[in-house]
Ligand binder design. Structure first.
Ligand code: ZN
Length: 712
C-alpha cells in the first residue's frame, strides 16, 4: 500500500465529501401511474441504461471498475452489515463512516473523479483502515488488490484531473497510450471527421508499433460490410503522422454493448407507437454494430416521438469529459411525465394571451402570437452516467438539431430532490418548516413560468432584410424605460446571440427568472397550479408558495457566490449570475422588504449566521414592482439590440461588491453543502408484473441499489 507524500493542505482539497449529500430520486407515484405495457417499456430502457455502468467507469479512470467491484462485493458479502465488518476489521466507527461516504460518492459519480469538476477524490480514512476493511471479505479482497494502489495515488497534481495525457492529466478515452500527444489527438479527430465518421462511440489507442487503433463500441467485433458506416477498414495517415496507420477495431465494451442491444430489443416489444419501435430498432443496431448512422436515425425517431408517457435517450451523448470534446460518455435514462404538472403547464400555455399583457411592456415589445417553447418536465426513473443533469437539450448532432429539431426537457425530481428534514442554510429558523413544506411546489411554479412564459415572451425589433422592418420604423415604439421613441434595433443578419455575445445566455436566464418572479405574484396564475382560489391572499396557501419562491430566489442569489471567481471577478455559471442579480434587485427594494442578517465576528473579521429576511406582506407592494422595473429594462434593451445599455445594466448589477466578495462569499463557502448524489430505484420483472423498489437515502441504500442491479 503506497501513500504518497503530498502536503496536508493539497491532500485535503481532494478528500471525499464527508458525508456527501445523499438524496432520494423519488419516483413511485409516477411509475405506478403507468399502465403495465409502459412499465415494461420503462423497465427495459432502465436495464439498457444501467447495463452501460461499466462503460462509464472505464471512461473515468483505469481503476474505477475494480473499485466498483470491490464496493459491490464487500456489500454483497456482508449483506450490508457494516457493524460486523467494522468489528472484524478493527476500525473505528468514524473510519467506517468515511468508507461509506467514499463509496456513496464513488457510485454517485460512477468513478473516482467528480463528474462536476473532473477532479479525483480520495477516501478520508487511512489506507491502513481501508486495507483492514477490505481484508474482512475474501471476495472483496480480490478486487481490492487490483486497485489498492490507486485509491490514494496523488503523485502528480496533474493526474488528479481529467485532461490530455500529454499535459500530465488522465484520460481513458486514449487508453494505454501514455505518449499520445495533443497534436496527434487533434490530427486524428480531423482525419476521422473527414472520413464522415462520427466519433462519439470511439476511443483512440496508440499501439506499440506507433500506429493507431480507432476503438469502436459495439457488441460484435466482426461487423458485416453492409453494417459499416464506411467501407475502409484502415488508412495510411499523412501530414504529421506520415508513415503511420489508423485501423478500425470493433468490439470496444463488447460485453456491455451486447446487453444494451438486447435490452433495447426487449423495450421495442413494449413500444407505444411506431416511432418508439423504430427508435429501439436503430438503438439495437447501433449498439450491436457500432453504427453511428443508426444512432442518428434513432434520434430522428426520438424527436418525432412527441410527448410520450415514457421518455428515454440512450447512447454516447455528452462530450464534456473527452479532452478533445468529441467522444461521448455513456448515458441512458428512462423518465415519465408528471401528469398533474403537465396539465398545469398546458393550462398555463393556453392562458398565455391573458398573462403576457401583465408584463411591464406594451404590445409593441411583444410577439403578435405567443409560441410556447418546446419544453417538457419529466420525472426520472433511472439515469445512468456520471451524474444527473437538471435538464437536457438533445440531440447534440447539429445535423439533426438545425433541420429536424430537438427536445428540451427539465427533470423535475432531480431539481426538487433534497435530503430529508435537513435544515436549509440561510433560511431563518421560523421559516424552515414552511420552506420545507412549500419549496417543491414553489419551484414547480417558478420552472413553469420561467420556461414557458419567460423564455417564450418578448419580441426582437428587427430590420429583417434591407428596408423591411417588423415594427413601424416611421413611428417607432416608445420605450417604457426612457419615454422616448426607440433608436436601435437588430440590423439585417444580426441576431440576439451575435449582438449580446457571451453575456447573452445569463442575461436571458435573468429575464426568464424575472418573469417568473413577477407573474408568480399573480394569484390567478397560482390558481392554475391548483393553489388558492385566485383571490389575493398572502396568508393563504398560495401566499406561502409565493413567499417560498421569493425566499428561494434570494437564497440562490446568496449561494450563487460559490460560482463567482474573485481572481478573475467572473461568473462561472449563467443561472447563478442571474439569481445574484435578482437578489440585488430584492435588496434594492429596501431593508423593510429584504435584508441579510448576520453576526459580525470582530476577532477574525468574518461574518457568521447569515440569514435572509423577506417581509412576506411586502412582496406585492415592494418586491414585485422592483422586479418589474428591472425586467422592463432587460426586455426593452434586449428587444432593441441596445447592447450598451444592456451591458451597463447587467454587468453593473452582477458586479460583486466588496462586502459580498469578502464577507458573504467566505460564509457561503463555509456552509456549502457537498454536491448531491442520487439514490435511484430499481425495477424487476416478477411474473407478469414490474415491481419497483426504492432504497433509503443513505450510503448503504445507495450501495444496495447497485448490488441489486445484477446485470451491471
Ligand atoms: Zn432558462
Amino acid at each position: 500500500m503506497r501513500l504518497t507524500n503530498i502536503d496536508a493542505s493539497t491532500r485535503s482539497q481532494y478528500l471525499a465529501d464527508d458525508p456527501p449529500t445523499i438524496v432520494p430520486l423519488a419516483i413511485k407515484p409516477h411509475f405506478e401511474a403507468l399502465n403495465p405495457q409502459e412499465q415494461k417499456y420503462a423497465h427495459y430502457i432502465s436495464v439498457a441504461a444501467f447495463a452501460g455502468t461499466r462503460i462509464v467507469l472505464r471512461q473515468v479512470s483505469p481503476e474505477s471498475e475494480a473499485i466498483y467491484d470491490f464496493i459491490i462485493a464487500l456489500h454483497a458479502d456482508c449483506g450490508g452489515d457494516y457493524a460486523t465488518v467494522r468489528k472484524h476489521a478493527g476500525v473505528s466507527e468514524e473510519d467506517m463512516k468515511h468508507y461509506l461516504s467514499y463509496a456513496a460518492q464513488f457510485l454517485g459519480n460512477a468513478g473516482n473523479y467528480k463528474s462536476f469538476g473532473d477532479s479525483k477524490f480520495i477516501p478520508k480514512l487511512s489506507s491502513e483502515a481501508l486495507e483492514a476493511i477490505a481484508g474482512t471479505s475474501k471476495k472483496a479482497l480480490v478486487h481490492f488488490q487490483k486497485c489498492e494502489g490507486s485509491f490514494y495515488e496523488t503523485k502528480t497534481t496533474g493526474g488528479m484531473h481529467l485532461g490530455y495525457p500529454s499535459a500530465g492529466h488522465l484520460s481513458t478515452y486514449y487508453p494505454d497510450s501514455p505518449d499520445i500527444t495533443r497534436e496527434e489527438i487533434e490530427y486524428l479527430a480531423e482525419f476521422v471527421r473527414d472520413q464522415q465518421l462520427l466519433p462519439e462511440n470511439t476511443r483512440i489507442k496508440e499501439l506499440p508499433s506507433g500506429d493507431f487503433a480507432l476503438l469502436i463500441a459495439s457488441a460484435t467485433s466482426d461487423v458485416a460490410d453492409s453494417d459499416r458506416d464506411v467501407k475502409e477498414k484502415s488508412w495510411q495517415l499523412s501530414g504529421p503522422l506520415k508513415g503511420k496507420s489508423l485501423k478500425m477495431v470493433y468490439g470496444d465494451h463488447a460485453v456491455e454493448m451486447s446487453k444494451i442491444s438486447e435490452a433495447c430489443k426487449s423495450a421495442k416489444e413494449y413500444a407505444a407507437n411506431d416511432n418508439e419501435s423504430a427508435m429501439h430498432e436503430e438503438y439495437a443496431k447501433s449498439f450491436s454494430t457500432g453504427s453511428m448512422n443508426a444512432h442518428l436515425d434513432s434520434q430522428r425517431h426520438w424527436i418525432r416521438d412527441k410527448g410520450p408517457q415514457v421518455e428515454c435517450n440512450i447512447g454516447f451523448i455528452e462530450t464534456y469529459r473527452d479532452p478533445q470534446g468529441i467522444r461521448g460518455e455513456w448515458e441512458g435514462f428512462a423518465a415519465m411525465v408528471n401528469k398533474e404538472r403537465t396539465r398545469a403547464f398546458s393550462k398555463l400555455v393556453e392562458s398565455a394571451p391573458a398573462q403576457i399583457p401583465k408584463l411591464p411592456w406594451g404590445k409593441d415589445f411583444e410577439k403578435d402570437k405567443f409560441l410556447s417553447p418546446d419544453f417538457t418536465s419529466l420525472e426520472v426513473l433511472s439515469f445512468a452516467g456520471s451524474g444527473i443533469p437538471a435538464g437536457i437539450n438533445i440531440p447534440n448532432y447539429d445535423l439533426i438539431r438545425q433541420t429536424e429539431g430537438f427536445k428540451n426537457v427539465s427533470l423535475g425530481n432531480v431539481l426538487s430532490a433534497k435530503p430529508p428534514d435537513e435544515k436549509v442554510p440561510f433560511i431563518r429558523d421560523e421559516d424552515q418548516q414552511m420552506y420545507q413544506r412549500c419549496g417543491t411546489e414553489a419551484f414547480e411554479v417558478q420552472v413553469g413560468l420561467h420556461e414557458l412564459l419567460g423564455h417564450g415572451c418578448g419580441k426582437l425589433l428587427q430590420e429583417t432584410e434591407k428596408g423591411v422592418y417588423n415594427f413601424d420604423v416611421k413611428n417607432p415604439p416608445v420605450s417604457p424605460v426612457t419615454g422616448k421613441p426607440i433608436e436601435t434595433w437588430y440590423k439585417p443578419g444580426e441576431t440576439w446571440g451575435s449582438v449580446f455575445g457571451g453575456m447573452g445566455p445569463s442575461y436571458e436566464e435573468c429575464r426568464a427568472e424575472c418573469v417568473a418572479m413577477a407573474l408568480g405574484c399573480d394569484f390567478e396564475i397560482l390558481k392554475i397550479f391548483g393553489l388558492g382560489d385566485g383571490k389575493e391572499d398572502i396568508d393563504g396557501p398560495a401566499g406561502d408558495i409565493l413567499y417560498a419562491s421569493y425566499l428561494s430566489m434570494a437564497r440562490a442569489g446568496v449561494t450563487a457566490l460559490q460560482y463567482w471567481d474573485p481572481n478573475s471577478r467572473k461568473w462561472g455559471q449563467a443561472h447563478m449570475q442571474a439569481r445574484h442579480a435578482i437578489l440585488q434587485v430584492f435588496l434594492s427594494a429596501g431593508p423593510e422588504f429584504c435584508r441579510l442578517d448576520y453576526k459580525d465576528k470582530s476577532d477574525d473579521n468574518t461574518i457568521t449566521d447569515l440569514t435572509i429576511h423577506i417581509d412576506k406582506t411586502k412582496i406585492i407592494s415592494h418586491g414585485r414592482p422592483a422586479v418589474e422595473k428591472f425586467l422592463q429594462k432587460l426586455q426593452v434593451f434586449k428587444a432593441t439590440a441596445d447592447v450598451k445599455a444592456g451591458t451597463d445594466l447587467y454587468l453593473g448589477i452582477t458586479d460583486v461588491n466588496k462586502w459580498f466578495a469578502e464577507k458573504v462569499r467566505p460564509e457561503v463557502l463555509r456552509r456549502a453543502q457537498p454536491r448531491k448524489v442520487f439514490v435511484q430505484a430499481n425495477t424487476f420483472i416478477e411474473g407478469d408484473k414490474v415491481v419497483l423498489k426504492e432504497y433509503p437515502a443513505t450510503a448503504e441504500g445507495m450501495i444496495q441499489s447497485y448490488v441489486n442491479r445484477k446485470y451491471v
